[in-house]
Every structure is written in structure tokens, then in C-alpha cells.
Design a protein around this ligand. Structure first.
Ligand SMILES: [Zn+2]
Length: 277
């Protein structure tokens, strides 16, 4: 559901882009009423049904809390009002590229080894879905905020922001407009001096509130949630990349890495929290 990379407005990791094209219909099913008839029953369960999200990320075992292992960069949850969002769809850690079938699209493993709707095949970021969809977007939407102190290294704005899933094509439809995501990319200096990036995709048209070269603090508003680019519904695609450009899942877990990148790792069903100070 995302466009991931600069420098152009449409570039992103090729394998992710291809997978996303194949994937839009199934994703729509994950967060709204599904219009297809061949989806697995599991799609009706909803993203939070019966799981224990964050148990590993909080590093609290049965024997008592262990020290939380941390990555070289600490991030805040990148939306200002977490309660305005519902589903979270994470990074796929299943290395297999699945066949382009309904089952293949659902075959994935998130940081916690959970399948769809916690992830989808080859997803390279964290999707944070705006509750209420386009109605909520039209009512003012929600701010997207910087996950850490950093510098703006890329922005894109001005593109159509009502792209949506198409039942006819099984893909995303931007109503004849170019499928280009409004976005912001930040660069951050990690504790070890290396440069990491965070990417914020699908922003609302005209909402980008920062300029290239601008220094921002964690929590600074970057724009508003929209549905520009390859996006089937209003949501934020948030993506962390290491200095070599590899996608890193900020969530700790048995399928990602032991270190969390969240300042306040999630507890139970709650999303990660803000950074203090
Ligand atoms: Zn995404």
C-alpha cells in the first residue's frame, strides 16, 4: 500500500512495488468490508483479534522484566493521535516471494510471527490505518509526526490523495491521476554516528509542512494522513531504513531482531508511545 523511495516520486524497492500492485484488494479486505468472495475466513477476524501484540517488543518474560534491548536509533510512534488509528500492518519477514494468489498474498510473517492482517507478502514498512477512512480524512485527517530528531532530505506534495482500491482491477485506482505519493523523508544521526532514514508516505495533498534541509525534532508535524500514490485507503506507510538502505522493522521480535527501535515499546494492544524529553 505504499510508495517507498526517492529520489523520484514513484521509485521504491522494486520487489516491494511489484508486490504492492498484486496486493491492494487483499489489503482493502483487511481494514474494510471485503468485496471479493474468495478470501480466507481469517480476513474477517480483524487485526487485533486474540493476539498479544507487543509482548516480545516489551521484552517482559514470565520470569520478570528483562532489559529492553535497543537499536542505535529511538523512534516515536509517527502519528500525533494514536487513538485515531486502528489497524497496523507490519513488515513481512517471510523471505519467500509468494505466488500471486489470494493465499499467496496472505502468506507473511510479521515481527511476532503473525500472518495477515498483521502483514502482507513483501510489505516493507508499517502501515497505520486511519479509522473512518476518507470520511475521517475529509474531517481534517490526522497529523503525521517526525519519529526522531532529524533533517528533511526529500519532500513531495501536490498529488491526488484519494487513491483507493478498485474492485474491478484488484489494484489501486487514482481516478485517472498519476499514482504518486506525497511524502517526506527524514535523515537521522544514530547513536553510533550512522545516518538512518525514516519515510512517511501517502500524505494528504497540500499538507506537507516541512521543506528540504529543515531540521525537525521528534514530534514535529510533517503533514497529514492521506491516500496518495499506491494506497487503497487513508493511512501512513512508515518505513525505517539503515545506512545501507535496507528496510529495518522497528519492532523487536523473533522474526525481526532483538532490539526495538521504539522509545516506548508497545505493551499489549497499545501502539508504541512517544519519546520523552
Ligand atoms: Zn505500506
Amino acid at each position: 500500500m505504499a510508495k517507498h523511495r526517492g529520489p523520484s516520486t514513484v521509485a521504491e524497492p522494486r520487489r516491494v512495488r511489484a508486490a504492492q500492485r498484486r496486493w491492494a484488494a487483499a489489503l482493502l479486505c483487511g481494514a474494510t468490508a471485503c468485496q471479493t468472495t474468495d478470501r480466507p475466513k481469517a480476513l474477517d477476524a480483524g487485526p487485533a483479534a486474540g493476539d498479544d501484540a507487543g509482548a516480545l517488543d516489551s521484552a517482559a518474560g514470565e520470569a520478570g522484566p528483562d532489559p529492553v534491548l535497543r537499536g542505535p536509533l529511538s523512534l516515536a510512534w509517527p502519528v500525533a493521535e494514536p487513538s485515531a488509528f486502528g489497524s497496523v500492518i507490519g513488515v513481512d519477514h517471510d523471505p519467500e516471494v509468494q505466488p500471486d494468489t489470494p493465499l499467496g498474498r496472505l502468506t507473511c510473517a510479521d515481527h511476532h510471527d503473525r500472518a495477515f492482517p498483521h502483514c502482507y507478502d513483501e510489505h516493507g514498512g508499517t502501515d497505520i490505518i486511519l479509522t473512518g477512512g476518507f470520511s475521517a480524512m475529509d474531517a481534517g485527517s490526522q497529523p503525521v509526526i517526525a519519529a526522531a530528531d532529524g533533517v528533511v532530505i526529500a519532500t513531495e506534495d501536490g498529488h491526488y490523495d484519494r487513491c483507493h482500491a478498485s474492485a474491478e482491477t484488484g489494484s489501486v485506482d487514482c481516478d485517472g491521476h498519476p499514482m504518486i505519493a506525497n511524502h517526506v523523508i527524514l535523515e537521522h544521526e544514530a547513536e553510533d554516528g550512522t545516518a538512518w532514514t525514516t519515510r512517511y508516505w501517502h500524505l494528504k495533498q497540500g499538507s506537507v509542512a516541512v521543506a528540504i534541509g529543515e531540521a525537525v525534532s521528534a514530534g514535529h508535524t510533517l503533514g497529514l494522513v492521506g491516500s496518495s500514490g499506491f494506497s487503497s485507503m487513508p493511512h501512513l506507510h512508515f518505513q525505517l531504513e539503515d545506512p545501507s538502505g535496507q528496510v529495518v522493522d522497528p519492532f523487536a521480535g523473533p522474526r525481526s531482531q532483538p532490539e526495538t527501535f521504539w522509545c516506548s515499546p508497545p505493551e499489549g494492544e497499545a501502539p508504541p508511545g512517544p519519546c520523552e524529553g
